[in-house]
Design a binder for this molecule. Structure first.
Ligand SMILES: *Cc1c(COP(=O)(O)O)cnc(C)c1O
Length: 400
């Protein structure tokens, strides 16, 4: 069987099947190929590994545990396990690749990292890593998102990052990526573009995947230690796809383990109402790479929407598109209401408030529990929900 494990890539400029690639200026290709070859060298360098592992362990609190959700299991009739990425410093898996990217930038002599952020989670993780490692940090953020996620904007400022407001178009994530990329093209000699997911031109999807693969590596080992075997299925939510690909990397060669990637169905199936790129997207190019992309009838990029702002990107990581085509991962959807229900359900039954993004994965686990009676389900809990509590109480209040 072909092995799909990490970094078996980069024949043909980082294509996964027909997806991925580098749809960028020649000048940048040279720079990106240079970054990639330095990355490949560093990742096999003992000193780099030691430094990264030390940060992951002592700064970000890894390994994060796999937790057996006893109450939820009892209620649902199957064994539900949660990989607790919410326990990372700054509250989500995003610090895994942020620490990696900033350490990479530092090692290859860059003075600054440039990044985009939607709800501010990637921005906060980057600002944190940059503060720790002593690099400058410019974060581009849509003006609408800035107004919505003020606490994260303030965190970034306290951490010493420059938050640059983007006023074009919808004033959200897509425009923030456009602007960050534009800025980077003028500063690439001294800065590194530190993208927030397994998206963008080669080599970024592969670099981010490498740093996130720690999730799956740990999970597989922890799960076997806990239960003596493998889970029957593994579930993760998919925005750009970094927490999911990092988790799937641990199990992709275990054919008997079913893998589910969960996309946000938002308010419905119509273009503009969701952010389910793998489900409703068509082949297209965005931000320098090819993927399944949400598009309007005239092939312009469609608006993406989800109640979880960390999931509302119109494109998706190229490797997910490939894994869908070859059938190794099943991609399914969960809508806003189902995610909100799961948000409350996990909070009430286990005392864990999940991020709205992660709630999509939890919701799918609860949905398929009837088909997995007596079996073992592992869910990647990508982040904690503190950032979402005001929004949920205001917009989806519950009487108990
Ligand atoms: C950003 C974010 C996501 C979505 O990003 P991926 O690259 O798809 O993982 C999911 N969960 C949380 C908690 C996030 O902050």
């Amino acid at each position: 069987m072909e092995s799909y494990t990490v970094n078996k890539i980069s024949k043909d400029e980082g294509f996964f099947g027909i997806y991925g690639g580098q749809y960028i200026k020649e000048e940048l290709k040279i720079e990106f190929d240079n970054i990639y070859s330095q990355f490949l060298k560093l990742k096999d360098d003992e000193e780099f590994q030691n430094e990264l592992n030390d940060l992951l362990e002592h700064f970000s609190c890894r390994p994060t545990p796999v937790y057996f959700a006893k109450n939820l299991s009892k209620k649902s009739g199957c064994e539900i396990y949660l990989k607790r990425e919410d326990l990372n410093h700054t509250g989500a898996h995003k610090l895994n690749h942020s620490l990696g990217e900033v350490l990479l930038a530092k090692k290859i002599g860059k003075k600054k990292v440039i990044a985009e952020t939607g709800a501010g989670q990637h921005g906060v993780a980057m600002a944190t890593a940059a503060a720790l490692l002593g690099l400058e940090c410019d974060i581009y953020m849509g003006d609408v998102d800035i107004q919505k996620a003020m606490p994260n904007v303030n965190r970034m400022k306290i951490l010493g990052a420059h938050v640059i407001a983007v006023h074009s178009g919808q004033k959200t994530l897509k425009e923030a990526v456009d602007k960050a990329f534009e800025a980077y093209q003028n500063e690439y000699k001294t800065a590194l573009y530190a993208i927030g997911s397994v998206v963008g031109p080669h080599p970024f999807p592969s670099i981010v995947e490498y740093f996130q693969s720690v999730i799956g590596k740990e999970s597989r080992e922890q799960f076997i230690n806990m239960t003596g075997g493998l889970p029957d299925c593994v579930i993760a939510c998919v925005g750009g796809g970094s927490n999911a690909i990092g988790m799937f990397d641990g199990f992709i060669d275990d054919k008997e383990v079913e893998l589910y990637g969960i996309e946000p169905l938002g308010k419905g199936e119509k273009i503009g109402e969701n952010a389910a790129s793998l489900t409703y997207g068509r082949e297209g190019i965005i931000h320098g790479f090819k993927c399944l992309l949400l598009q309007n009838e005239d092939n312009t990029v469609a608006d993406a929407y989800s109640v979880a702002s960390g999931l509302d990107y119109p494109g998706v990581g190229p490797k997910h598109c490939y894994l869908k085509d070859i059938g190794r991962v099943k991609y399914r959807t969960i809508n806003d209401d189902e995610a909100i229900n799961a948000f409350y359900e996990l909070s009430r039954t286990e005392g864990i408030i999940p991020a709205l993004e992660s709630s999509h994965a939890v919701a799918y686990g609860l949905k398929i529990a009837k088909d997995y009676q007596g079996k073992k389900i592992l869910i990647n809990l990508s982040g904690r929900g503190d950032k979402d509590i005001d929004f949920v109480l205001e917009n989806y209040p519950r009487k108990f």
